[in-house]
Design a protein around this ligand. Structure first.
Ligand SMILES: [Zn+2]
Length: 224
């Protein structure tokens, strides 16, 4: 007869000392640091993507205002300059688009300071604005002066129905330092900027908005 005896065995697993060792803490901190480093670029890309969406939405809204404007004015585009006021200024004539018309139609409320909520402000374009005394007016988008001419400087009024291929013609572009562009001396390409990772947004005469890179556009996109 055998008798197994189990008594006297030792408790092999014993309670550990409470808390983490220094090495363990350093490992945890290192892992968190690596995770943050991996996440930050993704967060930045998401933020830039949202800014691009905001910019495209701005132009879309401006396009809606522009369509309402041409409808109200017998099909005529806004004019870049009416002999007295540029398109963003003025009060009662065809060059008051940004100053009064967008606001009147509830499309936008242009204000005199740099304002992230303003549809004339691209959240990624830190260069393109015009501060004009006395209103300190600010904007990141320029009007294609080929569509609504420089009246008094040789330009003409133009009706949208006279333009062929509205989906090809650019109306507003992102700019770095001016308030209208033209095909004269390739000026549109000089003034255009591409703040969205080498890409910029363009509003076309049919109301659609598209991103483009340098070289994607030509004079034919600006000449009606
Ligand atoms: Zn933009």
């Amino acid at each position: 007869m055998t008798h197994r005896h189990h008594g006297g065995g030792r408790l092999l697993i014993r309670m550990r000392d409470q808390g983490f060792t220094l090495i363990e803490l350093l490992v945890v901190i290192s892992i968190i640091a690596v995770m943050v480093a991996l996440l930050l670029p993704a967060l930045g890309a998401a933020r830039d993507s949202a800014k691009g969406t905001q910019c495209a939405t701005n132009l879309k809204q401006i396009g809606i205002g522009l369509m309402q404007y041409t409808h109200d004015y017998d099909g005529y585009f806004i004019v870049a300059y009416d002999g007295t006021n540029p398109w963003y200024s003025g009060d009662v004539n065809q060059s008051y688009f940004a100053r009064n018309y967008l606001q009147m139609r509830g499309v936008a409320e242009p204000r005199g300071v740099r304002d992230p909520g303003n549809i004339l402000d691209c959240p990624m374009n830190d260069d393109g604005y015009v501060n004009l005394p006395p209103n300190n007016y600010h904007m990141d988008y320029a009007w294609n002066a080929e569509l609504g001419g420089l009246i008094g400087l040789g330009g003409e009024y133009l009706q949208s129905e006279r333009v062929r291929g509205l989906s090809r013609i650019v109306t507003f572009v992102e700019i770095w330092d001016d308030f209208w562009v033209s095909s004269t001396s390739n000026y549109w390409s000089i003034a255009t900027t591409y703040p969205h990772h080498d890409s910029g947004y363009f509003l076309f005469a049919d109301g659609h908005v598209a991103a483009g890179r340098q070289g994607d556009m030509s004079d034919s996109n600006f000449l009606p």
